[in-house]
Design a protein around this ligand. Sequence first.
Ligand code: ATP
Ligand code: MG
Length: 428
Amino acid sequence: MNRRIIIFTIIAMTIALIGLMGIQIYWIQSASAIKEANFRRSVNESMVKVVQKVERMEKNKALAFNQYQSILNIDRHLPYDTFITKESLDSLINLQLNMRGVDTRFEFCIYKPELQEFMMERSSNFRKELIEKGNAFILFQSDIYTSPEYLLIFFPREKQFLLTELWGMLLISIILIIVIVYSFTYTITTIFRQKRLSEMKNDFINNMTHEFKTPISTISLACEALSDKELRGSGEILSNYLSMIQEENKRLAVMAEKILQTAVIDKGQLKMNREKIDIHEIITDVIKNLRIQVEIKDGEIVKKFGATKSRIEGDRVHVTNLVYNLLDNANKYSPKKPLIRINTENANNGIVIIIEDNGIGIGKNDQKKIFDKLYRVPTGNIHEVRGFGLGLSYVKAIVDEHHGKISLESEVNKGTKFRVFLPFIIKE
Ligand SMILES: Nc1ncnc2c1ncn2[C@@H]1O[C@H](COP(=O)(O)OP(=O)(O)OP(=O)(O)O)[C@@H](O)[C@H]1O
Ligand SMILES: [Mg+2]
């Protein structure tokens, strides 16, 4: 996929997501506003009923108490404690609120603002809140000659109550948003990973074609020369060409083997031929094969066998390839006069092979990735050094098969140091 299309899609999706979240928040807010309005209405209705009840109680009491006096004194009600207790007022309010589904703690009082007097109250802890934030309902409105008295009610846990009514919706919204954001980021990272993979695959195919092309063209040239009758007369030239063909053929076989090997590792079908092998012997053999390539560049390989016990259980071919790959890298990625040190030491019931070079080094970010299949440190678009990016992934697989460990230290332009630990015995 085109980079621009990806970025455009990401931006579009982000905007859509933010839009959706905005709408969601808006809906929740509206729902919460409706809930709050409902709550207010229920409280109002309940309290109107309570006020009516209180007034009726007073009237009944007054009639029974002194019918005559009460009819004359229409403008003055009886003292509260003569017809109602705070407990009965409490249960009256409670009943009315419960009937309308308002099931949360409340505080109430009867307050006369003129005298700043609390004529009846459930507790004195909420006076300030009752006056500042409480809902007020006038009592005995018809007593036109006395200053007004109010029944005040306050809900200390009003916010929580409204929220618990909404929490189901909120929770589902939050879960859905998390799911969408997660899937979104997952999709994006997958797209980028796939893109990187496909670029790496393209690189690999380019490299492979290049690597195969050289020996193929050399062989075809040699064959052409051999078909020349005049040349066939000379035995020396003939054997020269033949050995050239043989060498190039070997190179081709090695490359094909490398690629096939990776496929085998991928399928988990790597076969291990366990035997007693001598690491020092293997290293010496590999150095013998690589020495010329290093010396061509005016470099050298210095070995120091510090390990006293160098025999381990392992696969001869794979461990040889392992050492070869690491030394080959050390040489390949040291453009000027390679100085390659290879040391061994014993530790933790095993042997440690340390391969150090003075080459181009590997940046911190790339160090994690170099063991990935096909990964090559990008150096612009041109790779000066050819390779498939398979060597280290193979090395890692072999180390794992031997239950060993591999680590590296590296600094750009200073060099790289690989440490490979292989145990004496492979424990299952
Ligand atoms: N000693 C080293 N110094 C600097 N960079 C290194 C070194 N060893 C490996 N690298 C980096 O790690 C990458 C992966 O190495 P790996 O051996 O897997 O692949 P390769 O050498 O490119 O190809 P091949 O499959 O032929 O070995 C290399 O492309 C290189 O960028
Ligand atoms: Mg390599």
